[in-house]
Design a binder for this molecule. Sequence first.
Ligand code: HEC
Ligand code: HEC
Ligand code: HEC
Ligand code: HEC
Ligand code: HEC
Length: 400
Amino acid sequence: MKRLAFVGLSACLVLLFAISFAIDLTREWTGYQRRFLRSLSQDERRGVPTGIQQIQVKSLTRVDRCTTCHVAIDKPHLALAEEPFTTHPGDYLTWHPPEQFGCTVCHGGQGLATEVKAAHGEVKHWEQPLLRGPLVQASCGKCHGDLKAIEAHVPLLAEGVQLYNRYGCAGCHAVHGFGQTVSIDLSDIGDKPWQLLDFTFIGGRHTLPQWIEEHFAAPRRVTPGFRTTELPPGEEEIYPTFMPNFGLTGEQARALTVYMLSLTGESLPAKYVVPAKPAVPPVYATSIERGRAVFNTYGCAGCHGEGGLGGRKNWNAQLGEEEPSLVYVKMYYDRDSLKQLIREGRQPVPRRDPSRPRSPSYMPSWKERISEPELYDLAEYLLSLYDEHVPQPVPASSEG
Ligand code: HEC
Ligand code: HEC
Ligand code: HEC
Ligand code: HEC
Ligand code: HEC
């Protein structure tokens, strides 16, 4: 009887061992490690640690197990061409030693996870999916205040920042306290949980980068509008979003997306931050030139078009279905009335059809934002647009 129990128990134990051994063998990471080891000679294997690997970076409160699968990331002599056995491209790991930086601070993903999908954060509950391909440039701005110094390595991010200024996004959006509050504050847009976005009009995988990029390509398709409640039920009208379609190329939309993803609320310890050197303020030859810079800095172009030439949609405004071009202001304003209008703004704008809902866009007030000397130059610039763009009659000859 006793002997029978003993044999039975032993059999159970053996079975348990076998099961746990089998589970271990079928874990994703053990599979990758075995495949990698098979590619090495006896000698080479000795220098390769096995089991779960982790980089603990206390000051960033991160534990990254990426190297459990990415076994050759810092071993160029052993690396293979296929993932996850490649070596790291460039000198990034020299500039940012893994033991001080880990991996996720740049790449995103879920440091502690040991299965591919979870580790890459490409699962429903994880908010920082792997920044694939060039999207990884979005991380560099968290620490490098001076993008100029690393421009060669962040071409898309640098282009995104440039486009943001050129198209006058600051006329509607604020980032870290700079910009109008006409629309959503973008300071933390890179942290926005994708669940808060409306994917009704977006196919494919539902991720934050995808939403942002498609919204840039076609804002009015992605957010076709909000139902206004001003009219009686059943008669409400839907205006599409007044976020302009800037006619961006695919690359431009991607560059702006990288810039958006770089905007996060993450604050890093001082030793990780490489501050920008104070910029030398540019010098302009004339008041008009200074005024052009004021126009560009504050994002007037966001609503009035580049150079004030117009072309941006609004709906049901007395002045038309577009935000006005500023080429003709000289015909309606003198310097003082122009400065006054810019200080006060005009909100809401007069409607063309009073029975339809208000225009979604308006002229915001700038008196808290633009200083008086800047305002003077801005007015000079706007008043010069007429002469710049409207062909002048040739003066009649005074002789003869
Ligand atoms: C369980 C194994 C495993 C773990 C853990 C893992 N990876 Fe990967 N990784 C892979 C495999 C397999 C691929 C290739 C397939 C793919 O791209 O999804 C890959 C691909 C990648 C790529 C290239 C993707 C591309 O599209 O260019 C990057 C970057 C990467 N991993 C980063 C990470 C980071 C960062 C971590 C840690 C947070 C991590 N990986 C953790 C297995 C893993
Ligand atoms: C300082 C930021 C930074 C850190 C830290 C970093 N990487 Fe990268 N990684 C990059 C950049 C940038 C690229 C893309 C380089 C390129 O395409 O030229 C890259 C590329 C890769 C690739 C190749 C896939 C591809 O897109 O070509 C893998 C795999 C990868 N990294 C894994 C890791 C792992 C694992 C760690 C942690 C040990 C790590 N990285 C740490 C910035 C970083
Ligand atoms: C967590 C903060 C952090 C992140 C994220 C980060 N860096 Fe760095 N980086 C640093 C620090 C700190 C140094 C060291 C600066 C020094 O020694 O003066 C550095 C050094 C460098 C250097 C070499 C020194 C130099 O200025 O020429 C380059 C190039 C560089 N980083 C590019 C990048 C790129 C590209 C990315 C994004 C893929 C990136 N970094 C992401 C913090 C970061
Ligand atoms: C959020 C959009 C928006 C931004 C940003 C904006 N404007 Fe306007 N602006 C408007 C709208 C809409 C009107 C039309 C008001 C109306 O219908 O009476 C307008 C009207 C004007 C007018 C009067 C045009 C006319 O023909 O009567 C001037 C001048 C003007 N804006 C200058 C500026 C300047 C300078 C800036 C930057 C400091 C600026 N605007 C930024 C939306 C904007
Ligand atoms: C005329 C005003 C206006 C200008 C200029 C403008 N936007 Fe917008 N933007 C909006 C409005 C309104 C929304 C909200 C409705 C929507 O999502 O389309 C929005 C939404 C967004 C969102 C989504 C934010 C979120 O959390 O849902 C992003 C990102 C964005 N804009 C970026 C930009 C960038 C980058 C530029 C410049 C290239 C820009 N916007 C210029 C009005 C503007």
